[in-house]
Design a binder for this molecule. Structure first.
Ligand SMILES: Cc1ncc(COP(=O)(O)O)c(C=O)c1O
Length: 373
Protein backbone atom coordinates (compact mmCIF):
# COMPACT_ATOMS: atom_id res chain seq x y z
CA UNK A 1 0.00 0.00 0.00
CA UNK A 2 1.43 3.40 -0.94
CA UNK A 3 1.61 6.18 1.66
CA UNK A 4 -1.12 8.06 -0.25
CA UNK A 5 -3.63 5.20 0.28
CA UNK A 6 -3.18 4.95 4.04
CA UNK A 7 -6.40 5.76 5.85
CA UNK A 8 -4.48 6.80 8.97
CA UNK A 9 -1.24 8.33 7.70
CA UNK A 10 1.80 8.88 9.88
CA UNK A 11 2.19 12.49 8.70
CA UNK A 12 -0.28 15.05 7.43
CA UNK A 13 0.23 18.62 6.28
CA UNK A 14 -1.83 21.15 8.25
CA UNK A 15 -3.16 24.21 6.42
CA UNK A 16 -5.14 27.00 8.04
CA UNK A 17 -8.19 27.94 5.96
CA UNK A 18 -7.36 31.61 6.49
CA UNK A 19 -4.00 31.22 4.70
CA UNK A 20 -5.59 31.65 1.26
CA UNK A 21 -6.93 35.12 1.99
CA UNK A 22 -3.88 36.15 4.02
CA UNK A 23 -1.52 35.31 1.17
CA UNK A 24 -3.25 37.46 -1.47
CA UNK A 25 -2.10 40.90 -0.23
CA UNK A 26 1.39 39.56 0.44
CA UNK A 27 1.65 38.10 -3.07
CA UNK A 28 0.57 41.46 -4.49
CA UNK A 29 2.62 43.64 -2.12
CA UNK A 30 5.76 43.81 -4.22
CA UNK A 31 7.81 42.47 -1.30
CA UNK A 32 8.36 38.72 -1.13
CA UNK A 33 11.80 38.60 0.50
CA UNK A 34 12.29 39.00 4.24
CA UNK A 35 10.29 41.92 5.60
CA UNK A 36 7.45 42.85 7.94
CA UNK A 37 5.68 39.48 7.89
CA UNK A 38 8.88 37.73 8.96
CA UNK A 39 9.39 40.21 11.83
CA UNK A 40 5.79 39.72 12.94
CA UNK A 41 6.12 35.93 12.80
CA UNK A 42 9.29 36.10 14.89
CA UNK A 43 7.67 38.13 17.62
CA UNK A 44 4.45 36.08 17.77
CA UNK A 45 6.40 32.82 17.75
CA UNK A 46 8.67 34.07 20.55
CA UNK A 47 5.58 34.93 22.61
CA UNK A 48 4.03 31.49 21.98
CA UNK A 49 7.23 29.64 22.84
CA UNK A 50 8.10 31.86 25.82
CA UNK A 51 11.48 32.51 24.20
CA UNK A 52 13.48 35.70 24.37
CA UNK A 53 14.74 35.77 20.77
CA UNK A 54 13.62 33.83 17.72
CA UNK A 55 15.27 34.27 14.34
CA UNK A 56 13.16 33.06 11.39
CA UNK A 57 15.07 31.08 8.78
CA UNK A 58 14.49 29.21 5.53
CA UNK A 59 14.77 25.71 6.97
CA UNK A 60 16.05 23.81 9.99
CA UNK A 61 19.14 22.54 8.20
CA UNK A 62 20.27 26.14 7.72
CA UNK A 63 19.27 26.97 11.29
CA UNK A 64 21.36 24.09 12.66
CA UNK A 65 24.30 25.13 10.46
CA UNK A 66 24.04 28.66 11.82
CA UNK A 67 23.66 27.43 15.42
CA UNK A 68 26.77 25.26 15.13
CA UNK A 69 28.70 28.06 13.45
CA UNK A 70 27.70 30.49 16.21
CA UNK A 71 28.77 27.86 18.74
CA UNK A 72 32.27 28.19 17.31
CA UNK A 73 32.29 25.01 15.20
CA UNK A 74 34.94 25.32 12.49
CA UNK A 75 36.68 22.86 10.12
CA UNK A 76 38.32 19.99 12.00
CA UNK A 77 36.33 20.53 15.21
CA UNK A 78 34.25 17.80 16.83
CA UNK A 79 30.53 17.80 17.60
CA UNK A 80 29.14 15.06 19.84
CA UNK A 81 25.80 13.71 18.70
CA UNK A 82 23.79 10.51 18.52
CA UNK A 83 23.67 8.63 15.21
CA UNK A 84 19.96 8.16 15.86
CA UNK A 85 18.59 11.36 14.35
CA UNK A 86 17.25 12.78 11.14
CA UNK A 87 20.06 12.97 8.59
CA UNK A 88 19.20 16.68 8.39
CA UNK A 89 20.17 16.98 12.07
CA UNK A 90 23.74 15.85 11.54
CA UNK A 91 24.50 16.95 7.96
CA UNK A 92 25.22 20.54 9.10
CA UNK A 93 28.25 19.19 11.03
CA UNK A 94 29.71 17.91 7.76
CA UNK A 95 28.64 21.05 5.90
CA UNK A 96 30.89 23.02 8.27
CA UNK A 97 33.74 20.51 7.64
CA UNK A 98 33.61 19.43 11.27
CA UNK A 99 33.42 15.83 12.49
CA UNK A 100 30.50 14.13 14.20
CA UNK A 101 31.60 12.08 17.21
CA UNK A 102 28.88 9.49 17.70
CA UNK A 103 27.66 8.84 21.23
CA UNK A 104 25.57 5.99 22.57
CA UNK A 105 21.99 6.36 23.81
CA UNK A 106 19.76 4.98 26.53
CA UNK A 107 17.92 2.19 24.66
CA UNK A 108 14.79 2.99 26.66
CA UNK A 109 14.57 6.56 25.27
CA UNK A 110 16.66 6.50 22.08
CA UNK A 111 18.53 9.57 23.35
CA UNK A 112 21.86 10.16 25.08
CA UNK A 113 22.37 10.95 28.75
CA UNK A 114 25.26 13.04 30.07
CA UNK A 115 27.34 9.94 30.80
CA UNK A 116 27.15 8.86 27.14
CA UNK A 117 28.65 12.21 26.18
CA UNK A 118 31.16 13.00 28.96
CA UNK A 119 33.70 10.34 27.96
CA UNK A 120 33.83 11.63 24.36
CA UNK A 121 34.76 15.24 25.14
CA UNK A 122 38.20 16.21 23.84
CA UNK A 123 40.07 19.48 23.32
CA UNK A 124 38.48 19.63 19.85
CA UNK A 125 34.86 19.35 21.05
CA UNK A 126 33.00 22.56 20.34
CA UNK A 127 29.37 21.53 20.73
CA UNK A 128 26.87 18.87 21.70
CA UNK A 129 24.03 18.48 19.20
CA UNK A 130 21.00 17.11 20.96
CA UNK A 131 18.01 15.80 19.01
CA UNK A 132 14.67 15.20 20.75
CA UNK A 133 13.40 11.89 19.36
CA UNK A 134 9.99 12.45 17.75
CA UNK A 135 9.34 15.24 20.25
CA UNK A 136 10.26 13.22 23.37
CA UNK A 137 12.44 15.38 25.58
CA UNK A 138 16.07 14.39 26.12
CA UNK A 139 17.84 14.73 29.45
CA UNK A 140 18.35 18.46 28.95
CA UNK A 141 19.24 19.23 32.59
CA UNK A 142 22.16 16.84 33.01
CA UNK A 143 23.52 17.50 29.51
CA UNK A 144 23.41 21.27 30.05
CA UNK A 145 25.17 20.86 33.40
CA UNK A 146 27.93 18.81 31.76
CA UNK A 147 28.30 21.29 28.91
CA UNK A 148 28.52 24.28 31.27
CA UNK A 149 31.13 22.49 33.37
CA UNK A 150 33.26 21.72 30.30
CA UNK A 151 32.72 25.04 28.46
CA UNK A 152 30.91 23.48 25.49
CA UNK A 153 27.84 24.81 23.70
CA UNK A 154 24.61 22.84 23.35
CA UNK A 155 22.49 23.02 20.20
CA UNK A 156 19.03 21.42 20.47
CA UNK A 157 17.24 20.08 17.42
CA UNK A 158 13.64 20.48 18.58
CA UNK A 159 12.30 20.21 15.02
CA UNK A 160 9.85 17.49 16.03
CA UNK A 161 9.19 18.86 19.52
CA UNK A 162 6.90 21.85 19.10
CA UNK A 163 4.86 22.11 22.30
CA UNK A 164 7.11 19.74 24.23
CA UNK A 165 7.87 20.96 27.74
CA UNK A 166 10.75 20.69 30.15
CA UNK A 167 10.14 21.77 33.75
CA UNK A 168 6.85 23.41 32.76
CA UNK A 169 8.09 25.53 29.85
CA UNK A 170 8.57 24.94 26.15
CA UNK A 171 11.98 23.98 24.80
CA UNK A 172 14.27 26.86 23.93
CA UNK A 173 15.27 28.33 27.25
CA UNK A 174 18.09 26.10 28.53
CA UNK A 175 20.27 25.29 25.53
CA UNK A 176 22.56 27.84 23.89
CA UNK A 177 20.61 27.41 20.65
CA UNK A 178 17.33 25.65 19.90
CA UNK A 179 16.02 24.93 16.42
CA UNK A 180 12.42 24.28 15.38
CA UNK A 181 11.53 23.20 11.84
CA UNK A 182 8.39 24.34 10.03
CA UNK A 183 8.83 21.83 7.23
CA UNK A 184 5.55 20.71 5.64
CA UNK A 185 4.90 17.73 7.92
CA UNK A 186 5.79 19.36 11.23
CA UNK A 187 3.18 20.33 13.89
CA UNK A 188 2.80 23.67 12.14
CA UNK A 189 4.46 24.50 8.85
CA UNK A 190 5.48 27.41 6.68
CA UNK A 191 5.96 25.23 3.58
CA UNK A 192 9.65 25.26 4.43
CA UNK A 193 10.96 27.25 7.34
CA UNK A 194 12.53 27.22 10.77
CA UNK A 195 13.34 29.25 13.85
CA UNK A 196 16.59 29.60 15.75
CA UNK A 197 16.19 30.48 19.43
CA UNK A 198 18.82 31.91 21.71
CA UNK A 199 18.66 33.77 25.01
CA UNK A 200 21.69 35.86 24.00
CA UNK A 201 20.58 39.08 22.22
CA UNK A 202 24.05 39.60 20.73
CA UNK A 203 24.00 36.10 19.20
CA UNK A 204 20.50 36.74 17.84
CA UNK A 205 21.74 39.96 16.25
CA UNK A 206 24.69 38.16 14.65
CA UNK A 207 22.35 35.39 13.46
CA UNK A 208 20.15 38.02 11.78
CA UNK A 209 23.19 39.36 9.93
CA UNK A 210 24.52 35.93 9.00
CA UNK A 211 21.19 34.75 7.58
CA UNK A 212 21.70 37.29 4.74
CA UNK A 213 25.37 37.27 3.76
CA UNK A 214 26.56 38.83 7.04
CA UNK A 215 24.93 42.18 6.19
CA UNK A 216 23.71 44.50 8.96
CA UNK A 217 20.86 46.05 6.95
CA UNK A 218 20.50 48.92 9.46
CA UNK A 219 23.94 50.16 8.40
CA UNK A 220 24.01 49.24 4.71
CA UNK A 221 22.48 52.42 3.30
CA UNK A 222 22.99 56.17 3.53
CA UNK A 223 20.02 58.37 4.53
CA UNK A 224 19.42 59.06 0.80
CA UNK A 225 18.97 55.33 0.16
CA UNK A 226 22.23 54.73 -1.70
CA UNK A 227 24.67 52.06 -0.53
CA UNK A 228 27.16 53.36 2.04
CA UNK A 229 30.68 52.96 0.58
CA UNK A 230 32.18 52.75 4.08
CA UNK A 231 29.97 49.71 4.93
CA UNK A 232 31.80 46.59 6.14
CA UNK A 233 30.91 42.89 6.45
CA UNK A 234 32.99 41.55 9.36
CA UNK A 235 31.87 37.90 9.03
CA UNK A 236 30.86 36.27 5.74
CA UNK A 237 27.32 34.99 6.07
CA UNK A 238 24.95 32.50 4.47
CA UNK A 239 21.64 32.86 2.67
CA UNK A 240 19.19 31.27 5.12
CA UNK A 241 16.29 33.72 5.58
CA UNK A 242 12.59 33.00 5.85
CA UNK A 243 10.58 34.81 3.17
CA UNK A 244 7.32 36.78 3.42
CA UNK A 245 5.18 34.00 1.91
CA UNK A 246 6.43 31.43 4.41
CA UNK A 247 6.04 33.88 7.32
CA UNK A 248 2.44 34.58 6.26
CA UNK A 249 1.68 30.86 6.34
CA UNK A 250 3.28 30.72 9.77
CA UNK A 251 1.25 33.66 11.07
CA UNK A 252 -1.96 31.94 9.97
CA UNK A 253 -0.91 28.63 11.53
CA UNK A 254 0.31 29.93 14.87
CA UNK A 255 -3.20 30.53 16.27
CA UNK A 256 -3.80 26.78 15.72
CA UNK A 257 -0.55 25.66 17.36
CA UNK A 258 -1.93 25.17 20.87
CA UNK A 259 -4.85 23.08 19.57
CA UNK A 260 -2.59 20.97 17.36
CA UNK A 261 -0.13 20.36 20.20
CA UNK A 262 -3.02 19.44 22.52
CA UNK A 263 -4.31 16.82 20.02
CA UNK A 264 -0.88 15.24 19.59
CA UNK A 265 -0.47 15.15 23.38
CA UNK A 266 -3.94 13.69 24.03
CA UNK A 267 -3.31 10.92 21.50
CA UNK A 268 0.15 10.23 22.92
CA UNK A 269 -1.21 9.98 26.45
CA UNK A 270 -4.02 7.72 25.23
CA UNK A 271 -1.50 5.30 23.68
CA UNK A 272 0.62 5.42 26.86
CA UNK A 273 -2.30 3.74 28.63
CA UNK A 274 -3.92 1.75 25.81
CA UNK A 275 -0.69 0.14 24.61
CA UNK A 276 0.75 -0.64 28.03
CA UNK A 277 1.24 -4.31 28.85
CA UNK A 278 0.91 -5.69 25.33
CA UNK A 279 3.31 -8.62 24.96
CA UNK A 280 6.37 -7.83 22.85
CA UNK A 281 5.63 -4.12 22.80
CA UNK A 282 7.89 -1.75 24.76
CA UNK A 283 6.78 1.80 25.51
CA UNK A 284 9.51 4.40 25.71
CA UNK A 285 10.63 5.80 29.03
CA UNK A 286 9.53 9.42 29.28
CA UNK A 287 10.90 11.76 31.90
CA UNK A 288 8.62 12.96 34.71
CA UNK A 289 10.01 16.49 34.41
CA UNK A 290 8.98 16.80 30.76
CA UNK A 291 6.08 16.38 28.34
CA UNK A 292 6.63 15.00 24.84
CA UNK A 293 5.62 16.90 21.72
CA UNK A 294 4.42 13.51 20.34
CA UNK A 295 5.17 14.37 16.70
CA UNK A 296 4.59 10.69 16.09
CA UNK A 297 4.06 8.09 18.80
CA UNK A 298 7.46 6.42 19.08
CA UNK A 299 7.79 2.99 20.64
CA UNK A 300 9.71 -0.28 20.33
CA UNK A 301 8.54 -3.74 19.34
CA UNK A 302 9.93 -7.24 19.05
CA UNK A 303 9.76 -8.34 15.41
CA UNK A 304 9.32 -4.68 14.55
CA UNK A 305 9.31 -5.19 10.78
CA UNK A 306 6.39 -7.63 11.03
CA UNK A 307 4.41 -5.11 13.07
CA UNK A 308 5.10 -2.34 10.53
CA UNK A 309 3.99 -4.67 7.72
CA UNK A 310 0.78 -5.51 9.55
CA UNK A 311 -0.07 -1.88 10.31
CA UNK A 312 0.56 -0.85 6.70
CA UNK A 313 -1.65 -3.68 5.44
CA UNK A 314 -4.45 -2.24 7.62
CA UNK A 315 -3.98 1.24 6.15
CA UNK A 316 -2.13 2.57 9.19
CA UNK A 317 1.07 4.52 8.66
CA UNK A 318 4.08 3.06 10.47
CA UNK A 319 7.82 3.15 9.93
CA UNK A 320 11.21 3.32 11.59
CA UNK A 321 11.41 7.02 12.36
CA UNK A 322 15.05 7.54 11.29
CA UNK A 323 17.89 5.31 10.22
CA UNK A 324 21.19 5.59 12.08
CA UNK A 325 23.56 8.05 10.42
CA UNK A 326 26.97 6.69 11.36
CA UNK A 327 26.94 4.04 8.62
CA UNK A 328 26.44 6.51 5.76
CA UNK A 329 29.48 6.79 3.51
CA UNK A 330 29.39 10.59 3.80
CA UNK A 331 30.30 10.08 7.46
CA UNK A 332 32.93 7.42 6.89
CA UNK A 333 30.63 4.47 6.23
CA UNK A 334 31.38 2.64 9.44
CA UNK A 335 28.63 2.01 11.99
CA UNK A 336 30.11 2.39 15.48
CA UNK A 337 29.91 -0.20 18.26
CA UNK A 338 27.19 1.49 20.30
CA UNK A 339 25.05 -1.07 22.14
CA UNK A 340 22.27 1.34 23.15
CA UNK A 341 21.97 2.65 19.59
CA UNK A 342 21.95 -0.89 18.17
CA UNK A 343 19.25 -2.04 20.60
CA UNK A 344 16.99 0.94 19.96
CA UNK A 345 17.59 0.87 16.20
CA UNK A 346 16.56 -2.79 16.01
CA UNK A 347 13.14 -2.15 17.54
CA UNK A 348 12.05 1.45 17.03
CA UNK A 349 8.95 2.38 15.09
CA UNK A 350 6.47 5.22 14.96
CA UNK A 351 2.70 5.17 14.67
CA UNK A 352 0.24 8.03 13.89
CA UNK A 353 -0.44 10.40 16.75
CA UNK A 354 -1.17 13.79 15.17
CA UNK A 355 -4.16 16.15 15.05
CA UNK A 356 -5.79 14.05 12.27
CA UNK A 357 -6.04 11.01 14.59
CA UNK A 358 -9.41 11.04 16.37
CA UNK A 359 -10.94 8.66 18.93
CA UNK A 360 -11.99 6.15 16.28
CA UNK A 361 -8.62 6.15 14.55
CA UNK A 362 -6.58 5.68 17.71
CA UNK A 363 -8.86 2.84 18.80
CA UNK A 364 -8.35 1.19 15.40
CA UNK A 365 -4.58 1.51 15.74
CA UNK A 366 -4.70 0.07 19.26
CA UNK A 367 -6.93 -2.87 18.25
CA UNK A 368 -4.71 -3.69 15.29
CA UNK A 369 -1.64 -3.86 17.56
CA UNK A 370 -3.42 -5.65 20.40
CA UNK A 371 -4.53 -8.44 18.02
CA UNK A 372 -0.86 -9.36 17.60
CA UNK A 373 1.57 -9.49 14.68
C1 LIG B 1 14.73 16.29 13.60
C2 LIG B 1 14.78 17.04 12.32
N1 LIG B 1 15.79 17.90 12.12
C3 LIG B 1 15.88 18.61 10.98
C4 LIG B 1 14.95 18.46 9.99
C5 LIG B 1 15.13 19.24 8.74
O1 LIG B 1 14.27 20.28 8.72
P1 LIG B 1 14.18 21.21 7.44
O2 LIG B 1 13.46 20.42 6.39
O3 LIG B 1 13.40 22.39 7.94
O4 LIG B 1 15.57 21.57 7.04
C6 LIG B 1 13.89 17.57 10.15
C7 LIG B 1 12.84 17.30 9.14
O5 LIG B 1 12.46 17.89 8.27
C8 LIG B 1 13.80 16.85 11.35
O6 LIG B 1 12.80 15.98 11.56
Amino acid sequence: MSMAQLSIPLFKVFMAESAHAALKPVLESGRLAIGRQVAEFESRLAAWLGASETVALGDASGALTLALYLSGVRPGDEVITSPLACSATVSPIANLFARPVWCDVDPLTGMPDAENIAELITAKTRAILLYHWSGDVANVGSIMALARQRGIKVVEDASEALGAEWHGHRLGVEADFTVYSFYATKHINTGEGAALLTADPQMAKTARHLRRFGIDTAKLRLPNGDLDPSFDIPLAGFNFPMNEIAATLGLEQLPHASGIVASHRANGQYYDTALAEIPDLHLLKRREDSVSGFWTYALRAERRDDLIRKLLSHGIGAQRLHLRNDGYSCFGGEAQQLPGVAAFDAQNLSIPCGWWVGDEERERVTECIRAGW
